[in-house]
Design a binder for this molecule. Structure first.
Ligand code: ADP
Ligand code: MG
Length: 273
């Protein structure tokens, strides 16, 4: 079993320091419906630079939709999202941006995303999955892109698999490549949508360990939707609990996980453990 404890971290000192950091993500009054169904029913969320937020909630509570809105993979009906102080997509009415414009906007405001299903390019090697976007979107030279890719593969423990195609990697390895790819351009915010849900149980820890290491080393803000309560308790600074498209409870990870105040949170947690 991988030891997920961050040794020597004084949680209270860390919380005080984070509270003084700049706002990395600010979501205000976010609403979104599919037809008559409200999927996000007025979400407010502030994430500070370097802060790690775990998002819990039952299936269908709106976790993926919220993350996809923050990354501007989806538009919304009402409300605003700012990343690093910049409004992310002023055309929430849904005007079409070209994929290239969206990619550049995302790169410019520094948001990376990791998906449940990895979403690697199947015909590209691990290295090319990372180096390719660095060239196409970031405009790096082949040499610099390859160097950066190799450096990232080393950091996720996969330097020796740089030339492998995704189908020759385990699920855990594929997700580690996807994490490396998301971190490679140096985002200030990393969004992870149930990054271990598609993995066989024995592969979960290697991915959680990589996420935790990056969180500690990079100081980038993270919003992670997850059902891994132990991971949330040990890595997250804050836990938010979503239900029915609303944040019904949020607070320090310890408090929300051990002494939830909202009955919906308490019921969810008791079913999980
Ligand atoms: P979670 O990630 O917490 O499981 P989602 O954000 O995926 O929740 O979904 C929230 C709700 O929105 C669900 O009820 C889901 O059925 C609905 N939903 C998500 N995407 C679509 C879509 N493209 N069209 C219609 N309904 C959707
Ligand atoms: Mg989801």
């Amino acid at each position: 079993v991988v030891n997920l404890h961050v040794r020597g971290i004084d949680r209270e000192a860390r919380a005080r320091r984070l509270a003084g950091n700049a706002v990395a993500v600010e979501v205000t009054g976010l609403r979104k419906s599919y037809g008559p169904q409200a999927v996000l029913a007025g979400v407010d969320l502030t994430v500070r630079a370097g802060e790690i937020v775990a998002m819990l909630g039952p299936s269908g509570s709106g976790k993926s939709t919220l993350l996809r809105c923050i990354n501007r993979l989806e538009g919304w009906d009402e409300g605003a999202i700012r990343v690093g102080g910049r409004f992310l997509g002023t055309d929430e009415a849904g005007r079409a941006l070209s994929p290239r414009d969206v990619a550049q906007m995302r790169a410019g405001v520094g948001v990376g995303m990791v998906f449940q299903q990895f979403n690697l390019f199947g015909h590209l090697t691990a290295r090319e999955n990372i180096a390719g976007p660095l060239r196409w979107v970031q405009g790096l030279s082949r040499l610099n892109a390859d160097r950066r890719a190799q450096e990232l593969l080393e950091r996720v423990g996969l330097a020796h698999r740089a030339d492998a195609l995704p189908r020759h990697l385990s699920g855990g390895q594929q997700q580690r490549v996807a994490i490396a790819r998301a971190v490679a351009p140096g985002p200030s915010v990393l969004l992870l949508d149930e990054p271990t849900s598609a993995l066989d149980p024995e592969l979960v820890n290697e991915v959680l360990e990589v996420i935790q290491r990056l969180a500690v080393e990079e100081g980038l803000a993270m919003v992670i939707s997850t059902h891994q309560l132990r991971f949330a308790g040990e890595v997250a600074d804050r836990v938010v609990f979503l239900s029915g498209g609303r944040i019904v409870e949020e607070g320090p990870a310890d408090q929300v996980l051990n002494t939830p105040r909202h009955p919906l949170t308490a019921r969810f947690l008791s079913k999980m453990s």
